[in-house]
Write a protein that binds this ligand. Structure first.
Ligand code: TYM
Length: 336
């Protein structure tokens, strides 16, 4: 039996942060040892909110460099750009026509993002999860590794595929494969540094709320020095009254590669003044090699371009096969 397949992606809106790393990319690096990995840059999703055309391609390129700098190996993983493969947009249209509107209107991310945009909210933003379903279903992955915030979008993907199979397929030979979400308990929900009850996000207007993967040491130091804490002495996990404390201890656990038990024991009697430098150091040391590798990759764009070209060739074959299967099932196959 061949390797199982995983697929995932990141929207190319702005710089990636520790939530993207711990909730997604770090797990992909682990998974590429055992799975056949398909990883892409979701640039079509990036235009669902107002964007700057002068920066779109550059951002996509930078996210690709970040994947590789974080340890995604182009020899083991197929890395590609969503907009390079037109099957994504085409399948999204086909899926649109079988997706009930009210399934989309209840998506939490749509509700949150549309409030911020008021009257300018686009159909694209509402349709975001259908494009995401197309991204996933085209590659027939076994698992989709994501952070906790994507759980609802994955459930929707499963619902859309099940509906298409039910309406146009036969029970013994389903058209689309139903994927499983893969959400690790650790790192699945990294919270904002300025409010421990909200997730760390690229779209938060305050840069102080997140650690970006390319933040230099002095910026990390400043952000941790000023991040929100509480006046209680002694640091503990899992206290619902102390969301910031739980988040910062969780970050330290992951970044220093220690167990929760050993961090809990070591920090039980600490104050923030003692803990913050440890956390700062762990962040700087984790990000240092990533930042060095990122600079090397950007200095040789030809290499990155050839990785993306090869990724496109490999991904396109699979995407087109699935698209053809769906078109046939919907009745489009008129021979030319
Ligand atoms: P995006 O760019 O918002 O997030 C990319 C990945 O990072 C995870 N993530 C987090 N994990 C933990 N804590 C956080 N604070 C945090 N913030 C983000 C997300 O869960 C995600 O895994 N819609 C997707 C992009 C996408 C996609 C796909 C993903 C488009 N098509 C198909 C999987 C499969 C997204 O939200 O990206």
């Amino acid at each position: 039996m061949g390797k199982q397949r995983i697929l995932s992606g990141i929207q190319t809106t702005g710089a990636l942060h520790l939530g993207n790393y711990l909730g997604a990319i770090r797990n992909w690096v682990e998974l590429q040892k055992e799975y056949d990995n398909f990883l892409f840059m979701a640039d079509l999703h990036a235009i669902t909110v107002p964007h700057d055309p002068a920066k779109l391609a550059e951002n996509t390129f930078k996210v690709a460099a970040t994947y590789i700098a974080c340890g995604i190996d182009p020899e083991r993983s197929t890395i590609f750009v969503q907009s390079h493969i037109s099957a994504h947009s085409e399948l999204a249209w086909l899926l649109n026509c079988i997706t009930p509107l009210n399934w989309l209107e209840r998506m939490i991310q749509f509700k949150e993002k549309s409030i911020k945009q008021g009257e300018n909210v686009s159909i694209g933003l509402l349709d975001y999860p259908v494009l995401q379903a197309a991204d996933i279903l085209l590659y027939e992955p076994d698992q989709v590794p994501v952070g906790e915030d994507q759980k609802q979008h994955l459930e929707l993907t499963r619902d859309i595929a099940t509906r298409l199979n039910f309406q146009y397929g036969a029970e013994e030979s389903p058209i689309l494969k139903i994927p499983e979400p893969l959400i690790r308990a650790e790192g699945a929900r990294v919270m904002s540094l300025t409010d421990g009850s909200r997730k760390m996000s690229k779209s938060d207007p305050s840069e102080m709320s997140r650690i970006e993967l390319l933040d230099p040491p002095e910026v990390i130091q400043k952000k941790i020095k000023r991040c929100k804490t509480d006046p209680i002495r002694g640091l503990t996990f899992d206290d619902p009254e102390r969301p910031e404390c739980n988040n910062l201890l969780g970050l330290y656990t992951l970044l220093s590669n220690q167990s929760k038990e050993s961090v809990a024991a070591a920090c039980r009697d600490m104050g923030w003044g003692q803990f913050k430098p440890l956390l700062t150091e762990a962040m700087i040391e984790t990000l240092r090699p990533i930042q060095q590798q990122y600079q090397t990759l950007l200095a040789e764009p030809g290499h990155l371009e050839s990785v993306l070209r090869q990724g496109r060739e490999q991904a396109e074959v699979i995407a087109n096969q699935t698209l053809a299967k769906v078109k046939t099932a919907l009745g489009f196959s008129i021979p030319l």
